[in-house]
Write a protein that binds this ligand. Sequence first.
Ligand code: UDP
Length: 234
Amino acid sequence: MKKYLEKLYKKDKKTYFKLLENDLKHKHKRFIVTVNPETLMNSQSDEELKEILNCNYISLVPDGIAIVKAARKLGIKVEERITGIDTAEHLLKVANEKKYSLYLFGAKKEVINKLIEVIKEKYTNIKILGYSDGYVKNYDKIMESVIKLKPDICMVALGIPLQEKIIYKYFDKFKKGIFIGVGGSFDVLSGSKKRAPKIFIKLNLEWLYRIIKEPKRINRFINNNIKFMFKIKK
Ligand code: UDP
């Protein structure tokens, strides 16, 4: 697990976002994996996910506070959290400023439809090349259509590890583009769910807010975060 923590992006969010802007400007390709305890715990038993995390071109960012703290505990200096949702929001902002193109894949039908409305209203310069909800029978068919569209940015919101696997499978078919798995971000960006209030985020308690709002997350939390913390301690 330590080797994955060592691969994390270590500087601050602002500097990382500059990197992404540079990628977009020069049509470089990037595959971003936002790492939280669930990602690393899953990788213990999931060979494909392990292969993805081991891949040398992958861009790992510390999504959860537990990841930042674990890294620091092991002597790896990670500046701050870089969350999927902040990254997604920044990419939308830049895409709007520079008229980049976008493909969105994931979440429930009503959520993705709402998000498209939000983007059309708030980010009027973004070229939306296409979108699909995440409850389709054939993921491959969607990704094959994305290859033809050649988006500058492709966000996939199918949850861990499906979103990472689907991007990984097709990444080498693209010549350019930023690809990122964004988990539940479409739910928040569309306004279907609320992100934690700023005070929760500031106090590093965003995870607690998500459990309060969705108590069924508690099992996921125990299975991933609690076990992860014990593992790091050991
Ligand atoms: N999802 C999907 N297809 C699936 C399973 C999940 O599109 O087959 C979506 C789900 O609707 C949600 C996202 O994937 O929008 C996962 O959100 P979750 O909150 O579980 O992710 P987290 O942010 O906790 O990683």
